[in-house]
Design a protein around this ligand. Structure first.
Ligand code: ASP
Length: 438
């Protein structure tokens, strides 16, 4: 445990020094452009591969870990009533936090209006530079074809494919979740002895995956340094400056969610010390920040929630994989902000009724977002199209999206942890109440 704690600080140090060195490298090649190929070579042949090894080790275990922990989690819950209680509480919390987070974002965008009076020259320049990339995202999100812009149908399509193995091969998480849930429920109907044997087998698989994660986490300080360095060295300070107000508003909203909304829920619903919980999750947050991927962070989230926060496997095994896939508070918040910002830049006025539609669409579409870097962008374009904001306007914010993606992934992942802690505590209380003789 001590080693895990000490690793916190090394990972954080990797993050900070990686960002600082990346910023210095960016400045240097700005002044001496001939050094750009050298920087590219270092990034491509050394730093990026190290970062990728870490990422792959995490990604590698995601499918078996989600499958084993979710199926075992559901099967362990056993009786459908208990499963219903855990699932019901988790889903209510997911909906509550996603909606509140999105409302915070929409409110801030209306107050600060970062897109109002945006310089038309800069707008044209950004559309020119990132327009092609926006079109590629639109196409990669397979929005074309019949009714491709229908959010609900897209979510159904993604959640229930015809071929589960095909979906798993493409690492689609929603079908994997649906299948694991069904398997867990089916195991719950088996005679107790067989059910427990299956649970034990699934637990062994889960434990082995977590072991691989702990190996990967040893590499984390160096890998995090490399991942952040590569991203920051690529950034243009000028671009950040042009979109500074937009970024500041979105980042401030992330902070409000992490430092106000989550602590409030932890205090009121879980009656836990929120700062202790947040502090224990530093490695989880750093992993989310540096990988920009809820999926890649999931193994770390599971490991820390069980070991550091004392969340039982029946809860963490159910709430965390489900949350990593469908509970995207930061993504919903970000989508709302981006739609409003781009509308403001184009001088499109979205009245309150349209903004309520934006809120609903952002919350629903975030359920279908893949927990990978930039996973929300195709669905963001869908939401934009539904409220009459040109989807290719995404090009305006694309250049700075990676930074915002890092932040929203932290909000997403911490939302899952907070939900798991709240469900754990409420389940524990109802267990104690039912164990106490009247
Ligand atoms: N990168 C985010 C995540 O993995 C998804 C997104 O909003 O793009 O949670």
């Amino acid at each position: 445990m001590q080693a895990v704690r000490a690793n916190h600080w090394f990972i954080l140090a990797g993050l900070v020094t990686g960002a600082a060195c990346g910023a210095v490298a960016h400045r240097v090649v700005e002044r001496v452009p001939e050094w750009q190929p050298k920087l590219d070579a270092i990034n491509n042949s050394l730093l990026n591969p190290i970062g990728q090894i870490f990422l792959r080790l995490l990604f590698l275990v995601v499918v078996p870990l989600v499958f084993a922990s979710l199926a075992a989690g559901v099967a362990r819950l056993g009786d459908p009533g208990r499963l219903g209680r855990v699932a019901g509480r988790a889903l209510v919390l997911f909906a509550l936090t996603s909606t509140t987070a999105t409302m915070i974002g929409l409110f801030a965008m209306n107050i600060f209006q970062p897109g109002a009076g945006f310089d038309p020259l800069i707008r044209a320049e950004l559309l020119e530079s990132f327009g092609a990339e926006a079109v590629r995202i639109e196409q990669s999100g397979s929005l074309g074809g019949d009714g491709g812009l229908n959010v609900v149908m897209r979510v159904v399509d993604v959640a229930l494919p015809r071929n589960i193995l095909g979906a798993i091969v493409q690492m689609q998480m929603l079908p994997l979740i649906a299948f694991s849930l069904l398997l867990g429920i089916a195991l719950g109907f088996q005679p107790s002895e067989r059910r427990l044997r299956a649970v034990e087998f699934l637990d062994i698989i889960g434990d082995a995956m977590v072991f691989i994660v702990s190996l990967a986490m040893r590499l984390a300080p160096i890998a995090v340094f490399c991942l952040i360095f590569v991203v920051i060295a690529r950034f243009g300070g000028a671009l950040l400056w042009k979109l500074a107000l937009y970024m500041m508003v979105v980042l401030a909203c992330y902070l409000i969610v992490i430092l106000l909304l989550y602590p409030l829920l932890l205090t009121v619903l879980a009656r836990r010390n929120p700062w202790h919980t947040l502090r224990a999750c530093i490695p989880v947050m750093v992993t989310a920040f540096s990988t920009s991927s809820s999926n890649a962070t999931l193994p770390t989230t599971m490991q820390f929630s069980q070991r550091e926060l004392g969340i039982r496997r029946e809860v963490s095994g159910f709430v965390l994989p489900l949350g990593a896939t469908i509970n995207m508070n930061g993504t919903a918040l970000f989508e709302g902000c981006a739609v409003l910002f781009i509308a403001q830049v184009f001088g499109i006025n979205l009245p309150i009724a349209d903004q309520i539609l934006v809120l609903v669409l952002c919350v629903i579409s975030s359920v279908g977002v893949a927990g990978v870097p930039g996973g929300s962008l195709p669905l963001l374009m869908v939401v934009m199209a539904q409220v009459g904001v040109p989807p290719t306007g995404l090009a305006i914010v694309l250049g700075v999206d990676r930074l915002l993606d890092m932040g929203r992934t932290v909000v997403n992942v911490m939302g899952d942890v907070v939900a798991a802690v709240c469900v754990e505590e409420s389940l524990r209380r109802s267990d104690e109440a039912s164990a106490t003789p009247a």
